[in-house]
Design a protein around this ligand. Sequence first.
Ligand code: ZN
Ligand code: ZN
Length: 351
Amino acid sequence: MTQVTQAAQVFGHGGGVHSIKVPIPDNPLGHTLVYVVDTDRGPVLVDTGWDDPASWDTLTAGLTALATSVTDIHGIVVTHHHPDHHGLSGQVREASGAWIAMHAADTAIVRRTREAEPGTWLDYLTRKLTDVGAPEAHLAPLLAAREAGRLRTLPGLRSALPDREIVPGELLDLPGRRLRAIWTPGHTPGHVCLHLEERHPADLPGHGRLFSGDHLLPGISPHIGLYEDPDETEVTDPLGDYLASLERIGRLGVAEVLPAHQHAFTGAGGRVRELLDHHEERLTGLLALLATPLTPWQLAERMVWNRPWEQIPHGSRSIAVSEAESHLRRLVKLGRAEAVGGSDPVTYIAV
Ligand SMILES: [Zn+2]
Ligand SMILES: [Zn+2]
């Protein structure tokens, strides 16, 4: 990997692929790697970065450093709907007329979020947190926000509706390139990885390169919570989806992974194994905790996070409990835990 210019945060990966490090303001992740893939009809972006003026400036300066321009973008392929990936897509489309492609399951979330009545999301979150045993102190700020009408600041309310659907297993319409969509649900229901089925530019052993989004990162285990659909009718199993998706990616045998955060890396198979082992260990650890019945909230309080529970801020606690729930669903599905009959809020115990 070679750095094209220091100031513009642009890196060359060879074979007509570059990345631009687009900052995410006030976020420990630091940046999104937006990939620029040359095609016969102009550059195509994989993800676009956070919707913020500084991020936009970095993206457009990066494109200029690559001797192109945001107005030349032919298309945008979005790995998933999260704002650090899809945030600037609308602005790039406005500037260039580019199409935006996304998996239908994530497009459904974008549509739902845009059309939601103000307060729907907070009501859903409050109801859900009550059901999992969140204490009054945690619910109070949500109820206060509802009361005060502070509802328009949630990310995603203005996110762009895609024009095209990414169909799993199919090649995307990238003139002169072979880019195949691999559906990798788990982190979101419509997360996709994109397999660039071309010889590695440095002839590294393996089958092409993989734009992995948030699915496979070199040093981070992505957040796997619930799919957070207020209208959910079936009991989904996001962690089960994620683990199955990881195995699918492992089988591709790619030469190099181009993730959306951190840095490009080789050894995809080993990293997949590490993550599968990590989740197996974590599930085993949770079973030990579930020797006594616990609500999802109580389980989250007892799980190992990157800092003590007392130091985890309010919003992150809601995310943590969602992660605890996805693990509980997995254990229930595997027949290793079950809900205690008649408990309210519901508690779970190892079986
Ligand atoms: Zn994400
Ligand atoms: Zn991300």
